[in-house]
Design a protein around this ligand. Structure first.
Ligand code: CMX
Length: 435
């Protein structure tokens, strides 16, 4: 795709010069020291990566290419009549570091439309899996099945120069992301809607077409929820499991399909992308426990009792954030502005009003505020997408926008294969005793 490729190519000399200067002139500069606790503690907080695509600010939430979520909701291009951004514009921003015009966003949408056809063998591969296979496993298998289409893998065989690897990564990224709503919808329909097949509409955008393909055609509120959801989850800097896994695998020059499937396998873990289904389950359990919506007093006593029993309240707290996740706020505002009449959303509001105060009193929790998962599932549930185990696939559709943009740039900046060094326990003990 010429325009996106040109935009990246124009910026590359400057980026490469900056990176080369840092490497050549400041190669010995120490960014941080690593402690034994960090080595044994999941390398938490160790500053070992650079991402110019997004940054999680503890007090503001995610910034994408320097812009906050509320800023981007205002300035990213939207279709007439839509309240939320076109995913094509989001991808343009992630990839090029430039704010897209409406035309730029539509160029990406058009590229996606042209590349959206999923080969039949991919559908057949997924169909052959046992019915009870988890939707995330099917999603990962679908991406892996598409790997045969990799332009990069073919060109690498022929012998493409290293300087141009990113161009083929870009082609693969566009080809893969174009197919994600269709792949996700196919899995949803296969598992939960008797395998119906509903084609995308040529005059609908990438996000809305997901709604069309799962039989929500003609529901503009759901189209807007898709646009909002796919925007909000598109990236969360480089250190989380799926981003790190994708980056690591792609550093071996594994193509976009292999790398993003690795990221999705990480996202499928209960400590990462599965958290949103836990939150919805918790809300449903609370509703069932009270046989409806509790009073303020009942809910407060319930929350206090749960915490005193050492239970975790899903959807609250964060490893990095120290404020209400702006992605939670954006979805809450969506629910309010669309006047969604739902007891679960009412419960989300009640918990939000009561729980942070209780968590603050207790003082143990670093961040008493809600994260994005405190509301995600309740919104999908409201629109009839009630199968929780599918929610991580929705997350994956969006997150691959960010993951693929990261690895296009990793190749563009000629990042080498990753190879941290491991030590033995005895070596660590000996290093410590010598100090
Ligand atoms: N409910 C009850 N207790 C909580 C809590 C919550 N929501 N969040 C944190 N705590 C507790 C921790 O269990 C920990 O207790 P111990 O010292 O007894 O082990 C203590 O507060 C301190 O933890 P923390 O420093 O505040 O939080 P961490 O950085 O260790 O963990 C997170 C962060 C998200 C795993 C944690 O807050 C949590 O489990 N939240 C609920 C699950 C959830 O919403 N996950 C989605 C995360 C979304 C995302 O990552 O984007």
């Amino acid at each position: 795709m010429i325009s996106l490729e040109e935009r990246i190519a124009e910026q590359l000399p400057n980026w490469r010069e900056r990176v080369n200067r840092l490497r050549n002139e400041f190669g010995d500069f120490k960014v941080c020291d690593v402690t034994v606790s960090q080595i044994y503690g999941g390398i938490r907080g160790v500053q070992i990566q650079v991402s110019d695509i997004s940054y999680v600010d503890p007090n503001e939430g995610i910034r994408i290419r320097g812009y906050s979520i509320p800023e981007l909701l205002k300035i990213l291009p939207k279709l007439p009549g839509a309240e939320f951004p076109l995913a094509g514009g989001v991808y343009y921003l992630l990839l090029t570091n430039e704010l897209p015009t409406f035309e730029d966003a539509m160029i990406v949408e058009e590229e996606w439309r042209k590349r959206s056809l999923i080969p039949t063998y991919v559908y057949n591969t997924i169909r052959r899996m046992p019915k009870e296979t988890h939707p995330m496993t099917l999603f990962s298998i679908g991406i892996m099945a598409l790997q045969k289409e990799s332009v990069f893998a073919k060109e690498y065989e022929i012998g493409v120069v290293k300087d141009d690897h990113w161009r083929y990564f870009l082609q693969d990224s566009l080809n893969l992301t174009a197919k994600l709503p269709g792949l996700a919808a196919f899995i949803y329909n296969l598992k939960y809607q008797d395998g119906i097949y509903l084609p995308p509409k040529a005059d609908h955008d990438w996000s809305a077409n997901f709604g069309v393909m799962i039989d929500r055609e003609g529901d503009p509120k759901y189209y807007d929820l898709c646009r909002l959801f796919f925007f909000l989850h598109c990236d969360h800097e480089g250190g989380n499991v799926s981003a790190h896994a994708t980056h690591l695998v792609s550093s071996a020059l594994s193509d976009v399909y292999l790398s993003c499937a690795a990221g999705m396998n990480g996202l499928a873990g209960p400590l990462h992308g599965l958290a949103n289904q836990e939150c919805l389950k918790w809300l449903l359990d609370v509703r069932e426990y009270f046989n409806g919506i509790p009073t303020q007093e009942q809910l407060e006593s319930f929350l206090r009792l749960s915490l005193s029993e050492g239970k975790i309240i899903p959807g609250y707290g964060h490893a990095v954030l120290r404020t209400t996740d702006p992605r939670f706020t954006a979805q809450l505002e969506f629910a309010r502005s669309k006047n969604l009449n739902s007891d679960l959303l009412q419960l989300v509001e009640m918990v939000f009003a009561i729980l942070p105060g209780i968590l603050m009193e207790n003082g143990k929790v670093s961040n008493p505020w809600p994260n994005v998962d405190a509301i995600n599932g309740a919104l999908q549930y409201h629109f009839g997408v009630k199968e929780f185990d599918f929610y991580t696939v929705l997350f994956g559709v969006s997150r691959i926008l960010g993951l693929s943009a990261h690895i296009v740039w990793a190749r563009a900046l000629l990042k080498p294969i990753e190879r941290p060094k491991s030590l033995t326990t005895s070596m660590l003990e000996s290093m410590i005793s010598k100090k």
